[in-house]
Design a protein around this ligand. Structure first.
Ligand code: ADP
Ligand code: GN1
Ligand code: MG
Length: 363
């Protein structure tokens, strides 16, 4: 089946292998190895787009084509190497940036970024600093991008007030009959309802500026070249939309400043690391610190709490809804994830003053 799909894209070679790739929670990702004329090996990423989540695939792919082409041009005009930038491979017959299969699924292809990896465990402070520089650079590259060209691929994605309402609805509906087992977790999120509106209201009032942001800056969405010792490319561009830079900073801290795994069952291993936090600040704020307005600097550290609070709420909501959104690999997986986020929020609440001081140091 994969062979047939790849043939629909504008690729010169023939497929020699296709394997599931990466650890994303949303799309189905495959690494495709092809051999072209002269025994030339060319690798690609093929993805089945989760169209239950991304309802407007055409709008989504227009966003990604626009953003990737803009980044290639920005790198070239800065005299930088663009050979490992993301490029969308078009369909052979239609010229579209995706293919729709007979079963109604949507597929897309990218060039495979070689000699660079996603870090799936806890990074070292140095690696996390590189990841910060990678996301910061991404933010800078998209600085001049016309936000009106972007469709909202997931409306209200980081509207934490809406996320809280979704949790409340899931609690009320209790479709999977799990509410009775998660009362402390529900209470945790409801008790911090005051967090939900804080950044959204500042964006709406203009105190915090809208920027073109990635919105899903978790550690495994940036590829690091371990030999060259630098972040090469930011991937997973599905959620590039207008948002707050505080979200991009915060989601990286949520995912990368945790000494344990996002789905760790032993909460004794889950802890916020102030050293990792500082390392990320150094990389990220080293790139973007100078352009931030005072309200962004003020809310940066809180943004890490907010993104963790929001993501934990999303995991718990999905658990209550019967696991319909995030991929799960075991029973209770989303609940385990929600619990790690709760632990991280508590740790960060206790460290907020120190976090703010570190942010100020790097701006
Ligand atoms: P999801 O939305 O499911 O998270 P991603 O787009 O993040 O899917 O892809 C899953 C993983 O595949 C990434 O975390 C990364 O490790 C890898 N990946 C994605 N795109 C590429 C690419 N063009 N080259 C190399 N690796 C990639
Ligand atoms: C999803 O796609 P992936 O695995 O990189 C999710 C993020 C969450 C993250 C939690 C489109 O990211 O918002 O923070 O899981 N992406 C989408 O691990 O919902
Ligand atoms: Mg991803």
């Amino acid at each position: 089946m994969i062979n047939g799909l790849v043939k629909l894209f504008d690729v010169p070679g023939t497929v020699v292998s296709a394997e599931h790739y990466g650890a994303g929670h949303i799309n189905d990702t495959y690494r495709i190895v092809t051999i072209a004329e002269g025994d030339r090996r060319i690798d690609y990423i093929l993805q089945r787009i989760n169209h239950h989540i991304f309802r407007d695939v055409e709008g989504l792919m227009n966003n990604i084509v626009g953003v990737t082409e803009y980044i290639v041009k920005a790198l070239e005009s800065a005299g930088e190497d663009s050979s490992r930038a993301m490029r969308v491979i078009r369909a052979k017959d239609t010229g579209l940036p995706y293919v729709r299969s007979a079963e109604g699924n949507y597929y897309r292809m990218y060039n495979f970024i070689p000699d660079a990896v996603s870090i799936e465990t806890t990074a070292t402070p140095h690696q996390f600093c590189l990841s910060g520089a990678g996301f910061g650079r991404f933010q800078k590259l998209l600085d001049g991008y016309d936000a009106t060209k972007l469709t909202e691929s997931i409306p209200f994605f980081h509207d934490t007030t809406v996320r809280l309402k979704n949790l409340e609805r899931a609690v009320e509906d209790d479709v999977a009959g799990r509410r009775k087992d998660v009362a402390p977790e529900i209470d945790f999120f409801l008790s911090r309802a005051a967090y939900a509106d804080r950044i959204v209201s500042k964006l709406k009032s203009g105190v915090i500026p809208y920027r073109v942001t990635h919105n899903d800056t978790k550690l495994n969405n940036v590829l690091i070249d371990m030999i060259e010792d630098r972040a090469v490319t930011v991937v997973d561009l599905d959620t590039v939309m207008p948002g707050s830079i505080v979200y991009d900073f915060g989601d990286s801290i949520r995912s990368g400043a945790n000494l344990g795994a996002e789905d760790e069952k032993d909460l004794g291993k889950v802890a916020f690391s102030i050293d990792l936090f500082e390392a990320f600040c150094k990389g990220f704020l080293g790139e973007v610190g100078k352009k931030l307005v005072p309200a962004e600097i003020e809310e940066m550290a809180f943004g890490a709490i907010l993104m963790t609070y929001e993501c934990g709420m999303r995991f718990l909501t999905d658990h209550l809804n019967g696991d319909t959104y995030f991929k799960i690999h075991r029973e209770g997986h989303n609940l385990d994830r929600a619990r790690t986020q709760i632990k991280m929020v508590k740790d960060m609440e206790g460290a907020l003053d120190r976090m703010n001081a570190i942010v100020r140091k790097y701006c």
